[in-house]
Design a protein around this ligand. Structure first.
Ligand code: SF4
Length: 728
């Protein structure tokens, strides 16, 4: 083994490197090779910044807004080219401004950037940009893909949805109020009081005052017709409902929708305040619901006192349904992912039946487990929050990286319209050397934080409810992209490059200690791309090392050796991704197992058919012929029977193994083949219980039985034991 390989293997297995070999600081300055193309992100047109505007399409990318302007002011081809270039330069200027933290409204930014460019570009330039501004169809706050985006985005989308709700609710309330008024007025008009001379005269216009004798008219009318009509109880009931409708504080008047005024607030920064507000307002909510229902019955003339008096007397908070609550505004709670206390109260809140829309911002997926020692763990709590929320059944669950929010806007709206609680778990990307958009996109690409939605209203089964949304290449473990570079002879080379969890970690300078820079002279066959290593680790762990491809500031290619702890985390990340794939029906292990069994049965059937038929035995010989055959089959059957096993111990039904390589690839030290090329457990303690369970799940013929864990300190055992149950 040459000295380079030796020190790389030592680093890979132990994480320790020769003191002067390479500097972590230099590694922290590198970025994954696939990100080389995004070095000047602001010069590219992409989804950000976004513009928060009104209406159905309430979040739009700046590029889409500018494209619409160009369609109006820049004719196709050469005549519109100058205008097109000027407006695109302005778009870049606005994008750079937002990236530098100066957002503001689009219209204002347009003017500021126009002014800034004026000195260098001249009057014609400014005139074109002013003309183009006239074609702007929307205006609103600009927002980049940074740590503030999740709360801003959800608050804006939520306020648009609540405004729609409020408009419909106010329409219903105001219309009922008017109709109740009319009933009361009609009743009054028939009352004795209304028919007295002064009131009667006042109800006519001044022009008629000299034409009629109101004293005579009053006498005639009082003699004719019925007095009143409503009765005291009904009148009181209608007046009460009318007063309750007028006093409600859930919906602002339509023309004051944006003014807080006397209306309740529904947006909170912590769960406890939102839940307390909901409970405190319950009596008001019940009163308004009752008033609405009574009013509707009264307007239709369908109120039956003998029946409805009892029903409404018994109507209280316990009678509220999800449908009732859906009429009211939802409670928006934006949680900072760093507050673990609020996260632990989340499950209670989501299952409380309160119409909460909770946004959990996840800032960091990697957690330092031993500060200063370079040990870290995949931030399970954050990444698994949404998966856990799916177990509540009726909760709408949405998970996505912030970079993908615009693409998933329709799903966000669905969640905000969902009758019942909804959870939005959004990764915003830890602040670091790379722009937030790139870190966030890398989390989704690398399966560290995949996007998915669980919509309980979408259908009765998982197939209709669960969607992996727009994760790239969802059928693969890791997405693969073309990567082009120049080799040592300066020849262009293009190869497929997978973007793995290790690449995502390489974006984070805090974890540079998990990588070692490999000198060019050491590049050889013993260095294996990490995606290939994860797919098929070598039998001999000391025969090579996994690496990720990175680039430095000058776009020079580098190889970074990955340490074993990071490889283990990458495997764990892949496990999580595979579970999501299964939920989405991709590589469904049960379906694949069934398929393998059917294929095997079909092949055996074909084999049997291909064998020549045995000659029919003569009658006398038949009995004798049968006996040896039966006798021969007994030892054969005895050979096929596995010994009685203790279900607590891990074992493989070796004789049923179909040699598919799944388990031996997963951990070649734990699983090995015997002389018949069938798998057995070679060394149980050469791997984790997690690997054992994963092998059992991926075994196509279900012959791996994981038993009980042998190491009680292994993390995540509760979940693993649950997963192992079907294979015991
Ligand atoms: S996964 Fe199952 S079938 Fe495949 S090699 Fe291992 S034991 Fe055999």
């Amino acid at each position: 083994m040459d000295s380079h390989l030796k020190s790389q293997v030592v680093f890979h297995l132990t994480g320790s490197r020769p003191p002067a070999e390479d500097s972590q600081v230099a590694i922290a300055d590198l970025r994954p090779a696939l990100m080389a193309a995004y070095r000047d992100l602001d010069s590219l047109r992409y989804d950000f910044p976004v513009v928060f505007c009104d209406g159905d399409d309430c979040v739009q990318s700046l590029s889409a807004v500018v494209d619409r302007v160009l369609r109006q002011v820049a004719p196709e081809g050469v005549p519109g080219e100058a205008m097109r270039r000027r407006v695109l330069a302005l778009e870049t200027g606005i994008r750079r401004r937002v990236a530098a933290g100066s957002g503001g409204r689009l219209g204002e930014s347009w003017d500021i950037v126009t002014e800034a460019l004026a000195a260098a570009r001249g009057e014609a330039f400014v005139a074109d940009l002013r003309l183009a501004k006239g074609a702007l169809e929307v205006d609103g706050e600009l927002a980049g893909c940074d740590g503030e985006l999740p709360a801003k985005f959800l608050r804006h989308a939520w306020s648009v949805v609540q405004r729609e709700k409020a408009r419909a609710a106010r329409g219903r309330i105001d219309s009922l109020g008017i109709q109740l008024d009319e009933i009361l007025r009609a009743d009054y008009m028939r009352s004795e009081q209304a028919l007295r001379q002064p009131a009667l005269k006042a109800s006519f216009g001044a022009a008629q005052h000299e034409l009629f004798d109101f004293a005579a008219m009053s006498k005639i009318l009082q003699r004719a017709g019925r007095r009143g009509g409503l009765g005291d109880r009904r009148r009181a009931r209608i007046e009460q409902s009318k007063a309750a409708l007028a006093a409600q504080r859930f919906f602002a008047p339509v023309d004051q929708a944006d003014a807080a005024g006397d209306t309740h607030r529904f947006s909170f920064d912590d769960l406890a305040s939102a839940l307390a507000a909901f409970r405190e307002r319950l009596p008001e909510l019940v009163a308004l619901l009752k008033a609405l229902q009574v009013a509707e019955l009264e307007v239709e003339g369908a109120y039956v006192e003998e029946l409805h008096d009892t029903v409404f007397a018994a109507f209280d908070e316990s009678a509220l349904t999800e449908g009732d609550l859906q009429f009211f505004p939802d409670y928006l709670v934006c949680l900072d992912g760093r507050d673990k206390g609020d996260q632990s109260r989340l499950s209670e809140a989501l299952s409380s039946g309160v119409p909460l829309k909770v946004v959990v911002q996840v800032d960091d997926l990697l957690e330092e487990s031993s500060p200063g020692k370079g040990n870290f763990a995949f931030g399970l709590r954050s990444a698994q929050l949404a998966s856990a929320a799916m177990s509540f059944g009726e909760v709408f669950v949405f998970q996505s990286a912030a970079s993908n929010l615009l693409q998933l806007y329709t799903s966000v709206r669905k969640g905000l319209h969902h009758r019942g609680p909804a959870l939005f778990s959004i990764y915003a990307g830890a602040a670091g050397a790379l722009p937030g958009y790139l870190v966030s996109a890398a989390a989704m690409q690398s399966r560290a934080f995949p996007a998915f939605t669980y919509d309980p209203a979408a259908g009765p089964d998982l197939a209709s409810r669960f969607s992996l949304e727009n994760n790239p290449q969802p059928e693969r473990d890791w997405p693969v992209e073309k990567f082009s570079y120049a080799d040592r002879e300066l020849q262009a080379v293009t190869e497929d490059l997978a973007f793995t969890f290790a690449d995502f970690v390489a974006c984070d300078p805090r974890y540079a200690s998990h990588f070692a820079l490999a000198p060019r002279v050491s590049w050889g066959d013993s260095m294996i791309p990490v995606a290939r290593w994860l797919e098929k680790p070598p039998q001999d762990a000391a025969s090579g090392v996994p690496y990720v491809l990175a680039v430095d500031d000058g776009d020079l290619l580098c190889r970074l050796v990955v340490d074993e702890r990071l490889v283990r985390l990458a495997l764990r990340c892949r496990e999580g991704w595979r579970r999501l794939q299964e939920l989405a029906g991709i590589h469904d292990s049960r379906a694949e197992r069934l398929l393998a069994r059917e294929r095997q049965a079909w092949e055996e059937e074909r084999r049997r058919e291909a064998q020549p038929a045995a000659p029919a035995p003569v009658p006398e010989a038949a009995a004798a012929a049968k006996e040896p055959a039966a006798a021969a089959s007994v030892p054969a059957a005895v050979e096929q029977v596995e010994p009685e096993r203790n279900p607590d111990e891990a074992y493989i039904e070796t004789i049923r193994c179909s040699t598919c390589n799944e388990c031996t690839q997963l951990n070649p030290r734990m699983f090995a083949y015997n002389e018949n090329k069938q798998a057995y457990i070679a060394d149980l303690k050469a791997g984790t219980y997690a690997q054992l369970v994963e092998a059992a799940e991926s075994c196509q013929v279900s012959v791996i039985h994981p038993g009980k864990p042998w190491d009680p300190t292994e993390p995540g055992l509760d979940e693993l034991i649950e997963r192992a149950k079907p294979f015991l």
